[in-house]
Design a protein around this ligand. Structure first.
Ligand code: BMA
Length: 339
């Protein structure tokens, strides 16, 4: 199994517009009518680090150009003038695009140090913003659209008093219900069955009311996921199960990628999961960047002509592409070589 980094990497870089002049990363990607669409997470400043979402398109999945010269989603549009909208994931169900996103009601300021996550400070905002505790947490929510440009709020998918990100919808209903992955940061300890932040799964009939989540997969003490794990890309249907890429973080804050296959009818059942990572920071652009070193963070994946296109943020600075034949990856997950 060989995952191939594209020679043009990083394929999408900051610049051009004020609202994306500092960073672009962690994109949602979908193919619609044979065209690739990318929704990038951007920032025009790190102090504060207010993130926006921009829309790009591409014929080949490599060369992307902007559809609009303004962001398609801003924190202001969502009712959070000092907020930050982050890490979109996209699926299309019954002709409607649904986008998961994470939101900080108030954006923090980041000061990169060249090691681990940037140092942070809490800015002062007017009109009571930042005074409620929940303003400094991350919630996750869903937007919907029919044209990828105009988005309408559907629901928050997480309680507002915990940190919960990496919420990812499955691209189809299963047994009549929408299915969602979550990564609630505070669901740890004996009562939750996991010592580290983990991947949870939940169901809904209407996208608004979600069932109590169930623990799906937790960090298994492997060195590369010792700190936490979380879902990365929207599940992809294969003959052998739902393919889900996930991320693991180790004690040195290195972000790597693992993969699992979930049962098509009962996605709570893990058919197979890689013990070792399938991607780790290797190249210069994956190891060194503007915000945080050593991060490969996939958030988008599509299949074209049997090839899986993995779109991933690198160092919270730019966007890269890697490809692998889908059947090779599935086979690898089912029969991972022992090392
Ligand atoms: C995670 C999220 C991602 C980010 C990663 C590395 O917790 O904030 O958006 O890419 O950290 O900083």
């Amino acid at each position: 199994m060989k995952i191939t980094r594209h020679p043009n990497n990083p394929i999408v870089v900051p610049g051009g517009y004020e609202w994306r002049k500092v960073t672009v990363f962690n994109p949602a990607v979908i193919i619609d009518n044979d065209k690739f669409y990318m929704i990038e997470r951007t920032a025009g400043s790190l102090t504060p680090c207010k993130n926006f979402l921009g829309l790009l398109e591409s014929e080949d999945g490599v060369n992307f150009t902007h559809v609009k010269d303004e962001p398609i989603v801003t924190p202001d549009m969502l009712g959070f003038p000092y907020g930050s909208v982050q890490d979109p994931r996209i699926v299309k169900i019954d002709d409607i695009f649904y986008m998961n996103y994470a939101l900080r009601p108030c954006a923090m300021s980041y000061y990169p140090t060249g090691a681990g996550v940037p140092e942070r400070s809490i800015p002062t905002y007017p009109d009571g913003w930042g005074e409620e505790e929940g303003h400094w947490l991350t919630r996750s929510s869903i937007l919907k659209s029919t044209n990828l440009i105009d988005w309408e709020f559907v629901a928050d998918t997480t309680p507002l008093d915990i940190n919960d990100r990496d919420n990812i919808l499955f691209p189809e209903k299963i047994n009549g219900k929408f299915v969602l992955l979550r990564r609630p940061e505070e669901y740890i300890g004996e009562a939750y069955g996991t010592e580290k932040a983990a991947m949870w799964i939940t169901y809904s009939e209407d996208l608004i009311h979600w069932e109590e989540p169930k623990l799906l997969a937790k960090a298994e003490n492997l060195s590369w996921e010792s700190r936490k794990i979380g879902g990365s890309t929207p599940p992809i249907r294969t003959d052998k199960g739902w393919l889900v890429l996930y991320h693991g973080v180790d004690e040195d804050i290195v972000y790597r990628v693992g993969a699992m296959l979930l049962d098509l009818e009962n996605p709570e059942k893990i058919i197979a999961r890689t013990r070792n990572f399938i991607m780790e920071p290797e190249t210069y652009y994956e190891k060194f960047g503007y915000q945080i070193p050593n991060v490969v963070f996939p958030t988008g994946n599509v299949v074209k002509d049997g090839l899986l296109y993995i779109y991933y943020g690198v160092t919270d600075t730019a966007i890269a592409l890697a490809t692998v034949p889908l059947d090779e990856l599935v086979e690898y997950i089912l029969n991972e070589p022992q090392v």
